[in-house]
Design a protein around this ligand. Structure first.
Ligand code: NAP
Length: 308
């Protein structure tokens, strides 16, 4: 089995020779010890009958190109990328899928001969997570993304635009970031569809009166800010703004329920946390690597601890 929790790039060549079965997949990050991806991908490999290991490798951003070269030469199938490598990878891969190109973020790479292909499965994983949990399609929803100017928020906003959701409200502390994003994504929303009194897109800051006005015309609110990872964080949305008709999804998957989800449940809204997005982006990565359906239930059990 895998001997180390985290592998270091400098000792990687020697370490890989000691691994049986061989490592063929990895999550790369800096730091990377927190990553829960091995918890779902190792069971997935076992369930699919693939005799290989999925390991964690610590890769400083400035050495990501070198890491790709080492993994490709060692016969790796692909890798996942986490903070802070998703943006770094964009200029290092040979080609990008549409989601990766628009979100300027790569969370999955495939080593295909001499080519390193880059994908972003975060947004599509989110869409699957919403469909599975709430039996609704993002394309039919009016969506508000809190933190749409950050890495994850941008990926979700891009996916919502690609799905041509009914309405998209981009919220960010640094409002200039979402104003620029709104311009980029507006071509997806050009249509004759009549919606009533609201525009199909808006880009706003966190001012409470504006949030309150927009939330009247929203079905799904997503927290993609980094707030909520610590219990001491301020609330991302005042509890009084959360109405019972909302679905509230928190991309954070820290231990225990986030304050946002506690508030949402107390107000009668339906809720979901980021673990389901992690699961489905991982399943989509598996599909890219092996060109077959992912063993979703094995992955779910690995991630959640029990079958559900
Ligand atoms: P990031 O690129 O650093 O973006 C952070 C975002 O949070 C930015 O929009 C930032 O706004 C905002 N923010 C930070 N502090 C804030 C505050 N005090 N008030 C309001 N907004 C604030 O981080 P990221 O990589 O996108 O990660 C964001 C979250 O997504 C994390 O909680 C992470 O766990 C989660 N995530 C989950 C998954 C999953 O699979 N479930 C995948 C990826 C990420 P400014 O632009 O104004 O700085």
């Amino acid at each position: 089995m895998s001997a180390k929790e985290v592998y270091q790039l400098d000792a990687l060549d020697a370490d890989l020779k000691e691994l049986h079965p061989p490592a063929r997949l990895a999550v790369l990050g800096h730091p990377v010890a927190h990553s829960r991806s091995p918890q779902m991908h190792q069971p997935a490999l076992a369930a699919a009958g693939i005799d290989a290991q999925y390991i964690r490798i610590d890769v400083p951003p400035e050495r990501l190109g070198e890491a790709f070269e080492k993994l490709r030469a060692a016969g790796f199938v692909g890798a996942n990328l986490t903070i802070p490598l998703k943006q770094e990878a964009v200029s290092l891969v040979s080609d990008l899928d549409e989601a990766a190109r628009l979100s300027r973020s790569v969370n999955t790479v495939l080593f295909d001969g001499d080519t390193v292909r880059g994908y972003s499965t975060d947004g599509a994983g989110f869409v699957r997570a919403i469909r599975e949990a709430f039996w609704v399609d993002v394309r039919d929803l009016r969506v508000m993304i809190l933190g749409a100017g950050g890495g994850a928020g941008r990926a979700l906003a891009v996916q919502c635009a690609m799905e041509r959701c009914s309405r998209l409200v981009l919220v960010n502390r640094t409002v200039e970031k979402v104003q620029a994003l709104e311009k980029e994504l507006s071509p997806f929303f050009r249509s004759d569809r009549l919606l009533g009194p609201t525009d199909r897109m808006a880009a706003i800051g966190f001012e409470v009166p504006r949030l309150q006005a927009e939330l009247e015309y929203i079905d799904l609110v997503v927290n993609a800010t980094s707030l909520g990872m610590k219990r001491s964080d301020p609330p991302v949305l005042p509890s009084s703004l959360i109405h019972p008709a909302l679905i509230v999804y928190d991309t954070v998957y820290a231990s225990g329920k986030s304050r946002l989800l506690e508030d949402a449940q107390a107000n009668g809204a339906r809720t979901g946390d980021g673990l389901s997005m992690l699961l489905h982006q991982g399943a989509l990565a598996f599909e890219i690597w092996f060109n077959r359906d992912a063993p979703l239930e094995a992955m779910r059990t690995g991630l959640y601890g029990t079958a559900s």
